[in-house]
Ligand binder design. Structure first.
Ligand SMILES: Cc1cc2nc3c(=O)[nH]c(=O)nc-3n(C[C@H](O)[C@H](O)[C@H](O)COP(=O)(O)OP(=O)(O)OC[C@H]3O[C@@H](n4cnc5c(N)ncnc54)[C@H](O)[C@@H]3O)c2cc1C
Length: 471
């Protein structure tokens, strides 16, 4: 008989009782009901309450466990003077719709998105190649089904071109839409840098299902060697996943180490040691200069010239140079923007009282989060506020589990405001296991853990949150 397995509804990570979660200190055989309530999904940070059994999950995908008290059917009208209109169908947009519907079964909700609105776990994009999963395999629910389940009017494949806050109106590619309250869940885009060469436009940026599909098509049509630009979180995850999928990988970064400012050099060095035996060729201090079609070898489609003058025959180039919040719509509408769209932590409201901001496009107290756990709490704050209740969004430190199977890594980097005011201290070391703390003003405000030490992340995270809150 197979052991019980539980799945995170948010990111698709599976808790298998027979394996436990060693990185979080849960020994193999730990029953799900015995897991402490403060445990969180190691991948995306949501709570135990966001897990269901795989059987329940399968039944839901088959539509047999639809909610007993179904919300009212969406009236089909797009927007309206009293409607809540959400723009964006990523985890942020759909979570606001869910939380709002849970509080108010009657409210008219419209969701507009430039894509098809389907529900998929974005963190899985950098684990799916090795698992051989296609873009379709990653889809958990179609936008139409999700909208029907929540009683939401979905206007998919529709780009919003402008916002007129004074008239509470959106201009879309399919006409104008009125709103009572607007929620911007616009996400972020991969940073772009101009590269020289006739094939520079062929460089892929993988940040959604459509771009993952394109990457899969290129890999499946014979691409052997992949060049990744950027050795940050997404770059190293893709490097190991592409290797697991049978591809050769060259990883470029202008910095001197993997994971940039997220990890202290000793941990970055351990990760490099773990990646090297897989043949992943990391080139520090180097980026792409130019890309031309036609490689030196038979199979290569491109010739890449690097900033150190070296050339490389490669079949596919993927850029992972970091994320930039999508702020253009808000900026044109006159909302307060900085790096992201400004949101008040009291209720995630923008500088306009009728417009809220959530997810990768938001900036709260000078910080943009590109992780799922804060999105869930931001969505809760917005739903509460729209329903006339209050729910403060608490800005917490970021806890990251790097999805590199060759080495467990849990990181809680210091906030940028203190990053230059402290230093990393090594607290223990034994082979691949290493524990480091970031000290600022004599207090630990960040950690970096590798190997067996990664299991201490939950315990240390609580301490760091307390220290940061007390400062
Ligand atoms: C490869 C990868 C791995 C990751 N791994 C992790 C992880 O392990 N753990 C973790 O916590 N996080 C991880 N993340 C980050 C996490 O997935 C994101 O923070 C989160 O999914 C962002 O959700 P979002 O809804 O804010 O944005 P998005 O998912 O980008 O959604 C934005 C939506 O806005 C729509 N949109 C944008 N502009 C317009 C417009 N003008 N008109 C209409 N619609 C528009 C888009 O069509 C889309 O529907 C990862 C991200 C990537 C790319």
């Amino acid at each position: 008989m197979s052991t019980p397995r539980w799945i995170c509804k948010t990111c698709g990570w599976i808790y298998d009782e027979s394996k436990g979660d060693l990185d979080s200190g849960l020994a193999p055989g730990t029953r799900f009901e015995d897991i402490p309530e403060d445990w969180s999904c190691p991948l995306c940070g949501v709570t135990k309450a966001d897990f269901i059994t795989l059987e329940e999950y399968a039944a839901q995908r088959g539509g047999s466990s639809a909610p007993k008290n179904r919300p009212p059917r969406a009236k089909g009208q797009v927007g309206g003077e009293d409607a809540v209109v959400i723009v964006g169908s990523g985890i942020a947009g759909w979570t606001v719709a869910e939380r709002l519907r849970a509080r108010d079964p009657e409210r008219a909700i419209t969701l507009i998105c430039a894509d098809d609105g389907c529900v998929y776990p974005k963190p899985a994009l950098s684990m799916a190649i090795g698992q051989g999963r296609s873009a379709d395999d990653l889809v958990e629910q179609s936008g139409t089904d999700k909208a029907a389940e929540l009683g939401v009017t979905l206007q998919a494949n529709t780009r919003v071109m402008g916002i007129k806050p004074a008239d509470k109106r959106l201009m879309t590619a399919k006409g104008n839409v009125k709103y009572g309250q607007l929620v911007l869940a616009l996400g972020a885009s991969q940073r772009r840098r101009p590269f020289e060469g006739g094939a520079a436009d062929d460089i892929l940026r993988v940040n959604d299902l459509a771009s993952y599909r394109k990457m899969r098509e290129r890999l499946d049509s014979g691409a052997q060697h992949v060049t990744l630009i950027g050795a940050g979180l997404i770059g190293v995850e893709f490097a190991e996943d592409l290797h697991a999928g049978g591809h050769r990988v060259t990883l470029l970064d202008l910095g001197e180490q993997l994971l940039g400012r997220l990890a202290p050099p000793p941990l970055a060095a351990r990760l490099l040691q773990a990646l090297k035996p897989q043949g992943i060729d990391f080139r520090p201090g180097v980026s792409l200069a130019a890309l031309e079609r036609g490689g030196a070898s038979d199979c290569a489609g491109y010739r890449a010239t690097l900033t150190d003058g070296a050339t490389l025959a490669t079949d596919l180039v993927i850029s992972a140079m970091g994320l930039v919040p999508n702020i253009e719509l808000a900026k044109k509408a006159g909302l307060l923007v900085n790096r992201g769209i400004h949101a008040d932590p009291a209720d995630m409201r923008s500088s306009d009282p009728h417009i809220f901001v959530v997810g990768d496009c938001a900036e709260v107290d000078g910080r943009s989060y590109f992780y799922i756990e804060p999105i869930k709490r931001q969505a809760e704050a917005i739903a509460a506020s729209i329903c006339g209740e209050s729910a403060l969004f608490e800005c917490k430190p970021t806890a990251i589990r790097v999805k590199t199977p060759s080495l467990a890594l849990n990181l809680c980097p210091p906030d940028l405001s203190v990053a230059d005011l402290g230093h990393w201290v090594q607290e223990s070391e034994n082979g691949t296991a290493c524990r480091m703390s970031f000290l600022a003003h004599g207090k630990a405000v960040g950690y970096a853990l590798s190997g067996a030490e990664a299991a201490r992340a939950s315990e240390l995270y609580e301490t760091i949150c307390r220290q940061v809150a007390a400062n």
